[in-house]
Design a protein around this ligand. Structure first.
Ligand SMILES: [Zn+2]
Ligand SMILES: [Zn+2]
Length: 344
């Protein structure tokens, strides 16, 4: 789909957001010659592109996603690189390790594509979001409704530790499904292993060494196996990818309590519709006040809204005198991508 009013700096094409001046795509949906990649979640980083550009902090996670043989160029956050007639720089998005907002400057002005970002809650698991001034800001809107307001992460971790302690007291094993990239490390950066053993299951362990190599302190874990199950049973907390949720090894853990840690847990409807026993409100995305603060901090008057609540959030912004327009994506929101379902 061609959105002519978005020209000339970045426009929507069949393959995704395209910058003609620099001849590159941002988070393309198809295999293209040059991709600038905001982060390594599967709905943003597709394998098979000719070359990728990402922040230095994101190189290892991107390589794990798109393949070790992929051509990956990197930039330190904030450093500028000329691509054709465009100047590109990458700025922290606060979402997962190595996530970036992409700033693109041409003679026609400065545009910023946010990717997924979190400016609402702090986490030691990645570099903190930085606002970037621009003329046009293309923002995600996963949680672009006023109901979404994240509680203090410290209070949420206290709730998780209380749930875990109550389970331990009753001889119940605690199960916390989490997306293997981002949410798992966010949890492990805040959990206290002195409370009890923490195990990881499924492909949760995939990205842990990369985070640790980046200097992020994570609670020590053991893989959940036949051998470790007896020491986890009745007192441990298991972080599991949702795909591995109900495999045989989980049945060796005795009675279990499931919980979810996600932004979707903000609504009662979401809490009821899940089979989890508990819901904790924790997201790696901006909440409603965060989205509004990010938009305001850019100083931009033109706002493209993508990845979530396109219509309602752009309508809200237009009512507040922004020139806001929806930017269609192949993905209607994180929740539609099965792999990311519990991760946000
Ligand atoms: Zn993401
Ligand atoms: Zn996303």
């Amino acid at each position: 789909m061609d959105t002519t009013e978005m020209q000339p700096v970045i426009r929507v094409t069949e393959a995704g957001l395209y910058c003609a001046a620099g001849d590159f795509y941002i988070d393309p949906w198809r295999k293209v010659a040059r991709a600038v990649t905001t982060h390594a979640h599967s709905d943003h980083a597709r394998p098979g592109c000719g070359a990728y550009l990402c922040p230095e902090e994101g190189r290892a996670v991107l390589a794990a996603r798109v393949g070790a043989k992929a051509v990956i160029d990197t930039l330190p956050y904030g450093e500028r690189k000329r691509l054709g007639a465009a100047v590109v720089s990458l700025h922290p998005a606060g979402h997962i390790l190595g996530s970036a907002q992409v700033r693109v400057e041409t003679d026609a002005g400065v545009w910023v594509v946010s990717g997924d970002y979190n400016n609402s809650t702090s986490t030691p698991a990645c570099t903190t979001f930085e606002a970037v001034r621009c003329d046009v800001f293309i923002t995600e809107s996963t949680f672009g409704l006023p109901i979404y307001r994240w509680p203090d992460p410290g209070a949420v971790f206290a709730e998780i530790h209380d749930w875990w302690a109550a389970n331990r007291a009753a001889g119940i094993t605690s199960i916390l499904p989490a997306y293997p990239l981002g949410k798992s490390q966010r949890l492990l950066a805040g959990l206290d292993a002195a409370e009890g053993p923490i195990a990881v299951h499924g492909n949760v362990k995939t990205f842990l060494p990369i985070y640790e190599a980046a200097g992020i302190r994570l609670a020590p874990t053991v893989p959940l196996t036949e051998k470790t199950a007896p020491e986890i049973r009745g007192k441990g907390l298991v972080i599991t990818s949702s795909a591995a949720h109900e495999t045989g090894i989980i049945r060796k853990l005795g009675p279990v309590s499931h919980a979810f840690a996600s932004g979707w847990m903000q609504t009662r409807a979401a809490r009821r519709s899940r089979d989890g026993d508990r819901g904790f409100v924790m997201s790696d995305h901006a909440d409603w006040p965060g989205l509004l603060a990010a938009v305001e901090a850019t100083g931009a008057c033109r706002i493209g809204v993508t990845h979530g609540e396109l219509e309602s959030f752009s309508r809200y912004l237009r009512e507040r005198s922004y020139d806001a327009f929806p930017v269609p994506t192949r993905f209607t929101g994180e929740g539609t991508d099965a792999e990311t379902e519990t991760g946000k």
